[in-house]
Design a protein around this ligand. Structure first.
Ligand code: T1G
Length: 699
């Protein structure tokens, strides 16, 4: 008898239940338990059918990722699935929660699948830099057809029970997993349904076998946004074996490909990202028992770009919001932009046609801050000046009910100063969303000095409820993400004076894997914002100022560091900018030099890592993985490189420290000197990951 798999007999039906919290992952014990239970039930003359189900909140959520990289133990998952598939009696998978990865592969080895209405089924291995390694690439397309099959394997996106029913992945939608599974098993017996093995059923792939364009078009569409990732291409290749490769040979190739990828750098980085995201949601120094406050009513102050995007994020999660503006005109404009956004997404098929109306109905636009009175959570997203924020929070303090969480979306202003003007600093913190807030997943939860633990827990839980990725950060200029971005932007600006051009710098950054380089980003955000801020602070930046003085604010004026033609947002190198840079340098008596791409890459990435080391030493971020999550989800850091601090550990801190010291000397820029923590770890030959592990153990 296994501790994690139990078997009950309900007369001729054997109910095999996996009970291995938190997600019934296929650890060696679970694999062994299923294997033994199915073989025993299969050999038991009293048993006529077998139901495989799970206890807890979900069906099997996949292989046990924590076992990767360790010597595999038998029975291997393929052996477990073969035992199920070759069982002479019908085996029914009764699914609830999620059947993911190896979990869905186990279900595909079963002869029938039924699922509860909220169940989700998918093969997300590609998101871990892998391909399904236990038959998923061969059985799923035979269940749902090659088009949906290759899309699900290459994108890793799950489908719901209704879609699964429609495409034949499941036979029925049931109420409760165990009871529904048993009832279906009795139906199979009563109807004498033959045992159906997907491996023997080519009915759904015959058409595409005859006309490969059906498959190749679907594979190309699924791979469209794949940049630099190995796994999606390997996934498409593996699925193509359904047509001409004998089933067992295909399983063998699939396993070989899986083993190659699981040992590769990309998958290791993507698995780091998976666990770092979950670690980041665990708040340092918060008592175990701290529970989130109830958040049923949410109010958002400001219907501008950020406030509108935040409101959409809540509406997308089905949570009603009150959106507050200072005047009807601003409110109307904001609501109009959201409506247009939803309609554009629906037109692209990104959301159902009826979604815009349903979601806009959840956004109640009003004028006047007094409307916050019933809100459990208020998120302020007004102009980024401390004066206006203080005005708003003074009023929020007056109108908001006791116990309401008051959050500012500020991207760099001091939350302590904002909290201090209220009588409830313990209820105040930052929830820093990234633009466009309805798309970008990161939410920096800014912990002020007096923020109460349960307020932090409430903000993290709320971020997860609206499908954001939370990371708790401390108060400093730019918090974590923008503080590191500023270190990079400083070097980008310097490189223009020293000899590089915007297009060269941006090309190096995009080749590294980021979606956009610093200068294209500046043009997107608007160069006039930085220009105004520099003028307020009496700071000169000769090239950027010259561009703005020439009216080149970026995309909004069709000219910035680049030119933009015909309404396109594609940045085009502009000889006028090259001339402006050269004239500015000549005027300043600066001798420009040729700069290599390698130097540019080091000057783009290493200063960010250096700032990350300072951030860790100052405890502005609790873990290096939190910084990785911030850059993965806030700025599009390529997931196959794991995040800036993970990447630093792969490159080697000694090398990074040496290169920073070299560039500091060569440019005379002391900010490039290795930060103390980086220097210390480099000298000891240690890693940020090792430092974090030691710190966690010492805590
Ligand atoms: N293995 C080990 N631990 C896992 C796990 C897994 N597959 N999935 C989740 N956990 C842990 C997670 O780290 C966290 O731990 C806790 O469970 C709750 O997770 C052979 C090779 C299932 C949708 O990629 O998508 O199968 O922090 O916070 O938000 O072809 O977990 O509490 O200590 O995410 O409710 C494929 C990954 C594996 C699914 C639940 N499967 N998991 O979300 O909880 S590769 C996946 C998820 C594979 C086969 C291949 C989500 C979830 P802790 P959570 P959640």
């Amino acid at each position: 008898m296994s501790e994690v798999v139990r078997v009950e007999r309900h007369d001729v039906i054997a109910i095999v239940t996996v009970d291995s919290p938190p997600v019934n992952a296929l650890s060696a014990a679970v694999r062994g338990g299923i294997y033994d239970a199915v073989r025993a039930a299969g050999a038991d003359p009293q048993v006529q059918a077998i139901v495989l189900t799970c206890a807890g909140r979900t069906f099997i959520a996949g292989a046990d990722i924590t076992e990767f990289g360790k010597p595999p133990k038998q029975p291997f998952l393929g052996e477990v699935i073969a035992a199920i598939e070759n069982c002479p009696k019908p085996v029914i998978a009764a699914i609830h929660g999620t059947a993911l990865g190896g979990g869905l592969e186990v279900a595909l080895g079963c002869h029938f699948r039924v699922a509860t209405k909220d169940a989700r089924l998918g093969l997300p291995e590609v998101k871990l830099g892998l391909i399904p390694g236990a038959g998923g690439t061969q059985r799923l397309p035979r269940a749902v057809g090659p088009e949906l099959g290759v899309k699900m394997v290459v994108t890793g996106d799950p489908i719901g029970a209704a879609e699964a029913l429609k495409h034949g992945l499941i036979e029925e939608v049931i109420e409760g997993p165990a009871s529904g599974g048993e009832a279906f098993a009795r139906k199979v017996l009563a109807e004498k349904r033959p045992v159906r093995r997907l491996r023997d059923d080519d009915s759904k792939i015959a058409a595409a076998r005859a006309d490969r364009s059906i498959f190749t078009n679907a594979a190309a569409a699924a791979n469209k946004r794949n940049r630099g990732l190995e796994a999606p291409l390997a996934c498409a290749e593996a699925v193509s074996w359904i047509f001409d490769v004998p089933f067992d040979e295909a399983l063998k190739r699939e396993r070989e490909t899986f083993l190659r990828l699981v040992a590769g750098d990309q998958s290791r980085a993507q698995r780091h990202a998976f666990f770092a995201e979950r670690e980041a949601a665990k708040i340092d120094g918060v008592p175990e028992g701290a529970r989130p406050r109830k958040v049923e009513r949410v109010a958002i102050i400001g219907a501008g770009t950020m406030g509108g995007g935040i409101a959409m994020s809540f509406a997308n999660a089905g949570i009603p919001v009150t959106l507050i503006e200072t005047g009807e005109e601003q409110l109307k404009r904001g609501l109009g932009i959201m409506q247009k956004n939803y309609e554009a997404t629906a037109a692209r098929g990104g959301i159902p046609a009826d979604a815009p109306a349903k979601r806009m109905a959840l956004i109640n636009g009003v004028v006047g801050l007094e409307h916050v009175k019933d809100a459990d959570l208020v998120i302020e997203a007004v102009f980024e000046t401390m004066e206006i924020k203080k005005e708003v929070f003074t009023k929020l303090d007056q109108y908001a009910k006791p116990g309401a969480v008051l959050a500012s979306n500020t991207s760099y202003l001091n939350i302590n100063d904002i909290a201090a003007i209220t009588r409830r600093p313990q209820d105040v913190l930052g929830m820093h969303f990234f633009s466009p807030a309805n798309v970008m997943k990161l939410c920096e939860i800014v912990r002020a000095a007096k923020t109460a633990p349960d307020v932090l827990v409430t903000a993290v839980a709320t971020a997860k409820r609206i499908a954001k990725v939370p990371a708790v950060v401390g108060v400093c200029d730019g918090f974590v993400g923008n503080r590191m971005l500023a270190a990079r932007s400083k070097q980008a600006e310097k490189l223009l004076f020293e000899g590089a051009l915007p297009q060269q710098v941006d090309a190096v950054v995009t080749k590294f894997g980021l979606p956009m380089g610093p200068f294209a980003m500046g043009d997107l955000a608007g160069l006039d914002i930085g220009w105004r801020s520099r003028k307020d602070r009496g700071i000169k930046s000769e090239i950027a100022d010259a561009l703005c003085e020439a009216g080149r604010f970026g995309q909004k004026t069709a000219k910035g560091y680049y030119k933009y033609e015909g309404g396109s947002r594609a940045p085009l190198p502009d000889p006028e900018v090259e001339k402006l840079i050269e004239e500015t340098c000549a005027r300043l008596g600066i001798q420009r030099r040729a700069i290599s791409d390698d130097e540019i890459l080091e000057r783009m990435v290493y200063p960010m890592i250096n700032e990350g080391a300072r951030i860790l030493a100052e405890k502005i971020a609790a873990r290096p993985g939190d910084i990785d999550v911030i850059w993965l989800y806030g700025y599009g850091w390529p997931v196959y490189r794991g995040g800036p601090m993970y990447y630093a550990d792969q490159v080697g801190l000694k090398h990074i420290a040496e290169r920073l010291a070299f560039h500091a000397k060569q440019t005379g820029d002391a900010s490039l000197e290795p930060a103390p923590l980086l220097k210390e770890l480099a000298e000891k030959g240690e890693t940020f990951a090792g430092w974090a592990k030691a710190a966690a153990q010492a805590a």
